[in-house]
Structure formats: structure tokens, C-alpha cells
Design a protein around this ligand. Structure first.
Ligand SMILES: [Zn+2]
Length: 414
């Protein structure tokens, strides 16, 4: 049975009809619809000569035993955001399933190395606000104490929702046992942005996931009457924040892939008849290069102090969250680039702005790479999320090529 990309497409459509409504995909982790998706997937796996189990963090593993214990892992996530698209996460798993089928049939159920397909638990963090939950347990970066008390919109605790699905949060650290013998990890994902579409290319290699600096910035001025306070006597906190909102664009534009966003601005007292005395803004900065990220952070701080001074205000910063950039494995990046060129003629190397499970796997020290397939209109996390069917088929083929090349690489490493 050769690789059949159309079968992966048929699987995707079947899953969509089973787990979507008029508003899109509803496979939110730890809900009945998600469990239904997993049951459906388990039946597909039952047709293959694979061992199937859930680890202690709820990650869903299928293992095709090979001649060597060393294993190639391929992954994705069946969970979606509420009202999500039909491809985000499950394309990765179902393309991986097709690759697994091909290995099982080509090698009579016993490929040269062990092939493992993982459906990560709760990549999206849609219900409890904690993304990459299962893969971070696998990587050993998960902090149980910080997450167990999280609650959803209805006040249900994360701990209790997991228990209902047979997962005990205290046993999360044991999921790291699944790292055993992992020699490489591959993940195919939709791009979720407009870059490949603008370039007219179906596929791209992901160089890594961008690091993030996320901060609260508060400018303090002086509340004053909007009628009686002359323009030159004002200490307008919004004016300082507004200058910064424009300056961060210049700070980002110096670098090809950097982005800076001021996503929230709140003014106090926030009434039509008062000069703004306090302005609270947020800043999100991302780049793949740690030096560029550090430089952008420094430049934004310097600019904020300059604008505060110009407006006779003061400024203070507090960090909300940050994560370092995670670069994927250079040799796997080269193999991925080669696979894409063989399948579709031309490739493109790009960083990922969003985080993915692959970032956690890479942090665990396992050689990792991702490939992206074009997203129409660059839209995701929405029911209009889509990708051309011929591009989806190319993506399955490219993942399969990459898997074969990676197996050869694992074998050549002895
Ligand atoms: Zn995803």
C-alpha cells in the first residue's frame, strides 16, 4: 500500500463531520467532543499493527515497532479552540497517520527504526488558559502547582476536568518516560499566517519558534481638567504611550521577521473631560534571534523613557511573561528543505510566530523540525480556516519524504 495523501484528506473530512457544528470545530481538550475525536482516531489505529496507549499526561501514543529501538516521533494535536478550523492540529496527526500506514505496509509491519505518532493533549489551552499542556509534561517543563488550581469559565478545576478523562495531574512528570529512545521529532502544521500565500508557495520549512517578551507598561502623568489646563502645562500619559505605539513599529521594522504589538491601552480616569493621568499599555515583542529580541526590548524601554520625559511623565515596566527563542535542528531543517523542494519545486525558510508542541519537544533536547503548509487568507482559529486540497496532499507527501530521510539520518548516526 503506497502513501495515499487523499486518504488523509478523507480522514480529515470525516473527523470534521463528527466534531464540528455550524460555527466550526469543537474539539476542546477535556470535553466530550474531544474524547469522541480520540475514540474515532483509536479505531483508525486499530487497523494498523501498532501498540496504542495514553501516557500519564493524556498524550495519545501509537508505536510501530522497528528493527531499532531508536525512534522517530511524529506529532500533532486533535484538540481545537472553540469555533475552530478543520486543520489546526488534526492535519498534523492525520498526515502522520498516513505516513505510519505507509511505513507499516512498506516494511511488512517492521520498519528499520521505531515510528511513533503522538496526539498531544491540550495544545490549545482553550479551556484553562494553559497551552502546550501535554507536551510540556513530556518535556519536563510543566509546573503542576501553578496549573492544578486553574478553573474554566464554569468554575470547574483543571485537576477535576483531567480526572474525568482518566488523567491524574500528580502523575504528569511520568510522561517524560516517553522521551526514551526518541531520536527525532517532526510536525506538519498549517502556517496560520499569510507569508506562504504571499510568496505563492505551498510549503515552507520552520526554522524555530520565536522568543517572546511580554510586558505591562504604565505611564504616569497628571489628571487635569480638559478645559482649564493649557496645552503646554499638561502631563498627558496617553501622549507618551501613543508615541511609543508608533515607535515600536520602527523598532520591529529594522529586522525582517521581528514583530512588536501594543495590544491593549487603557486610560485613567478615561473620561472625555480629563487629561489622561495614567495610561496602562501592553507590549508583545517576538523574534527568532535572541540578540534581536534583547535589542528590541532595550530600544522599547529607552524610547518609553524618552517619551515619558518629553511629556513630563514617568514610566514603569513589569514583565507579564517571556520565553526564549527555540531554534530547530539544523540538519533536520536541511532535510526538510530538501523534501519540500523535491515535492513542490521551491521552498522557503521561516520562523514561527505562534508556539507549537514541537517547541517543547525541542526544549527536551530531541532534534526537531516543523514544516508549514500555506493557509488561505492567513486565517486560523476560526471556521473559515482553510488550505487548498492540492496543497494538503503535497504537505502529506513532503512529511512522508522527510520521515524517510530522517529515518536514514537516524540509522547513519549509529
Ligand atoms: Zn495547532
Amino acid at each position: 500500500m503506497p502513501l495515499n495523501p487523499q486518504r488523509a484528506l478523507a480522514d480529515l473530512k470525516e473527523l470534521r463531520s463528527l466534531t464540528s457544528d455550524d460555527n466550526g470545530a469543537q474539539r476542546i481538550a477535556w470535553t466530550d467532543t474531544w474524547l469522541r475525536a480520540r475514540d474515532w482516531y483509536a479505531k483508525k489505529l486499530a487497523e494498523l499493527p501498532v501498540e496504542h496507549h495514553y501516557d500519564t499526561a493524556g498524550n495519545n501514543w501509537a508505536t510501530l515497532k522497528g528493527e531499532s529501538e531508536k525512534c522517530l516521533q511524529i506529532g500533532g494535536h486533535l484538540d481545537s479552540v472553540p469555533n475552530g478550523g478543520w486543520l489546526d492540529g488534526c492535519l498534523d496527526v492525520l498526515a502522520g497517520l498516513e505516513v505510519l500506514r505507509r511505513f507499516a505496509s512498506e516494511f511488512n509491519g517492521r520498519p528499520p527504526v521505531t515510528i511513533r505518532l503522538v496526539d498531544w493533549a491540550d495544545e490549545e489551552g482553550a479551556r484553562f488558559g494553559r497551552s502546550l499542556l501535554g507536551s510540556s509534561a513530556f518535556a519536563g517543563t510543566h509546573s503542576i502547582s501553578a496549573d492544578r488550581a486553574r478553573t474554566d469559565r464554569d468554575g470547574i478545576k483543571l485537576e477535576d476536568a483531567l480526572r474525568r478523562c482518566g488523567v491524574e495531574i500528580d502523575r504528569f512528570p511520568e510522561a517524560a518516560h516517553e522521551q526514551k529512545d526518541a531520536a527525532a521529532y517532526l510536525e506538519l502544521h498549517i502556517e496560520q499566517g499569510p507569508v506562504l500565500e504571499h510568496l505563492g508557495l505551498p510549503l515552507g520549512v520552520v526554522l524555530g519558534t520565536k522568543g517572546v517578551e511580554r510586558h505591562n507598561i504604565t505611564f504616569h502623568g497628571q489628571e487635569a481638567h480638559s478645559g482649564s489646563t493649557p496645552m503646554n502645562a499638561r502631563r498627558d500619559a496617553l501622549a507618551a504611550a501613543a508615541k511609543l505605539a508608533l515607535e515600536i513599529r520602527n523598532i520591529a521594522k529594522k529586522h525582517p521577521d521581528a514583530v512588536c504589538t501594543m495590544g491593549s491601552v487603557k486610560t485613567f480616569p478615561g473620561i472625555v473631560t480629563a487629561v489622561v493621568g495614567r495610561c496602562e499599555a501592553t507590549l508583545d515583542q517576538r523574534d527568532l534571534d535572541p540578540q534581536i529580541l534583547a535589542q528590541m526590548f532595550r530600544e522599547a524601554q529607552e524610547a518609553s523613557r524618552r517619551f515619558a520625559e518629553e511629556e513630563k511623565c514617568t514610566v514603569e515596566w513589569s514583565r507579564i511573561w517571556n520565553i526564549e527563542p527555540i531554534a530547530f535542528h539544523p540538519h533536520l531543517v536541511a532535510l526538510c528543505d530538501e523534501s519540500i523542494r523535491e515535492v513542490s519545486g521551491k521552498s522557503h525558510k521561516m520562523p514561527s510566530g505562534p508556539l507549537h508542541d514541537a517547541a517543547e519537544v525541542s526544549r527536551a533536547g530531541i532534534p526537531t523540525v516543523m514544516l508549514f503548509v500555506q493557509s488561505l487568507r492567513g486565517i486560523s482559529h476560526n471556521k473559515i480556516e482553510d488550505t487548498r486540497e492540492d496543497h494538503l496532499e503535497l504537505a502529506v507527501t513532503a512529511l512522508d519524504r522527510l520521515a524517510s530521510k530522517t529515518v536514514s539520518w537516524i540509522l547513519s548516526n549509529g
